[in-house]
Ligand binder design. Structure first.
Ligand SMILES: Nc1ncnc2c1ncn2[C@@H]1O[C@H](COP(=O)(O)OP(=O)(O)OP(=O)(O)O)[C@@H](O)[C@H]1O
Ligand SMILES: [Mg+2]
Length: 414
């Protein structure tokens, strides 16, 4: 600010004093623009004027200059305000400083020099505090930007980790799948020969009770191997999926109704939380039913140990890419989410990484092969989706299937 442009509002009810003070100011700043207001009311009318300094006489008839000062400060006027006090107004000076005055001057001791000093001092203080405020604001903004960047970074790291896990799991399963497919065919041939010979022996030596019993148990074991190999082949199956537009709610409902009676008998209550507005999406319905069946059966089995519980099955469309609400509004890349939440004991932390591995099972030998979830994973992956698991400390597991879908399609009844 140049001295020429200095604008001052002087609030002084004594015309002689006003003349004197204006003269002193002009002595120091000949070009200064001084607006003289004799009353507080007139001063308030000019509150929004672009003044560099305000000078208020403390004694203003009915309204003390102190009240005027407080009003200006509550109305966010931050320009310097100098209060002129009279003789013996020491307490007023202290109160004025507390109420936000930039400086005070004893009228009786006022001279061109002291007044000019006070104005200069007030202007410097004002500029410094403005600079400080600007710096603080900038700092605050930078801090917020850093916090936001940090939050985004954490989010990205989390997403990266999930993607990495998914990739590792997919690669691992694909490797095992290739190996399994080769081994299965190698095993099936000799197994067929053993099975043929055993059946022939059974017919030839049907009188030999001891032998027949042994041969029958051999046949049972052969069937067990065939079942395992069948599962492994399903897991490693390379064939394309047979995709047809279908309504997930309908398929889920149909699988649930097969198992529900049995589950109710075991004290498991099923809650369907289906979004009725789901779009139809291309799915291989046989394989998808297989996925639902395994996840629901796993939950049912888990809730045996808690003697029943609740299985919540929900469907919804998540807006935005990968269901990220931040990018909602993007039509393409929307995600259809199916969630199975049970109130069973949950999955141990150390098992969470292993449950998708073929043959990982915590069930007794005759009750599970450990192929269920690895098959589910392969099937969901073939649909371009993901299968994830969450397990809570205090029990309960949630399996989340995310499938790609576009919302432009009309929902189908069902
Ligand atoms: N809802 C669940 N609650 C607790 N543990 C679960 C749940 N679902 C899966 N698991 C764990 O994951 C393991 C692997 O499941 P998966 O379906 O692959 O095999 P399985 O059920 O043991 O055998 P299979 O499905 O071949 O009959 C289970 O043995 C169990 O330990
Ligand atoms: Mg299973």
């Amino acid at each position: 600010m140049t001295q020429k442009s200095l604008r001052i509002m002087l609030v002084e009810d004594d015309a002689d004093d006003a003349l004197l003070i204006s003269g002193m100011i002009r002595e120091a700043w000949p070009q200064a623009a001084i607006d003289h207001n004799p009353t507080a009311r007139e001063a308030l009318a000019g509150i929004n004027g672009a003044y560099d300094v305000f000078i208020f006489d403390h004694r203003l008839g009915e309204n003390a200059g102190l009240d005027l000062l407080k009003t200006f400060r509550t109305k966010n006027v931050d320009a310097p305000i100098i209060i002129l006090t009279g003789r013996g107004d020491q307490e007023v000076a202290v109160s004025a400083m507390k109420a936000g005055a930039t400086d005070y001057l004893r009228k009786s001791k006022m001279s061109t020099e002291t007044l000019a000093d006070s104005i200069r001092h007030s202007l410097t203080l004002h500029q410094e505090s403005k600079r400080r405020r600007d710096t603080e604001n900038k700092l605050h903004k930078s801090h917020q930007e850093i916090v936001q960047a940090n939050r985004e970074l954490k989010e990205s790291v989390k997403k990266l980790k999930t993607a990495q896990n998914q990739l590792l799991r997919t690669e691992k399963l694909a490797g095992i799948g290739r190996l399994a497919a080769g081994v299965c065919h190698e095993i099936l041939n000799p197994l067929n020969i053993i099975s043929g010979h055993t059946q022939a022996l059974l017919m030839e030596r049907e009188d030999d009770e001891v032998l027949v019993e042994d041969l029958r148990s051999i046949m049972e074991e052969i069937q067990r191997i065939e079942k395992i190999i069948g599962g492994l082949l399903k897991f490693s199956r390379k064939g394309e999926v047979d995709l047809q537009e279908m309504n997930i709610n309908k398929e889920l409902d149909s699988v649930l109704s097969i198992l529900e009676r049995d589950m109710n008998l075991e004290g498991v209550h099923v809650e369907r939380l289906f979004d009725p507005g789901l779009p139809a999406i291309p799915l291989d319905s046989d394989r998808m039913r297989q996925v639902f069946l395994n996840i629901i059966n796993n939950a049912k089995y888990a809730m045996k140990s808690t003697r029943g519980g609740v299985l919540k099955v929900s469907t919804e469309v998540l807006a935005g890419k990968n269901g990220d609400p931040a990018s909602s509004g993007e039509k393409a890349g929307s995600t259809l989410r199916i969630k199975f939440t049970d109130s069973g004991p949950g999955i141990k932390k150390e098992d969470l990484r292993k449950i998708f591995d073929p043959f990982f099972t915590t069930k007794p030998e005759d009750q599970g092969t450990g192929l269920g979830l690895s098959v589910c994973h392969t099937i969901i992956e073939k649909h371009g989706g993901t299968l994830e698991v969450e397990s809570r400390e205090n029990g309960g597991a949630t399996f989340i299937i995310d499938l790609p879908c576009t919302r432009e399609k009309e929902p189908v009844a069902g």
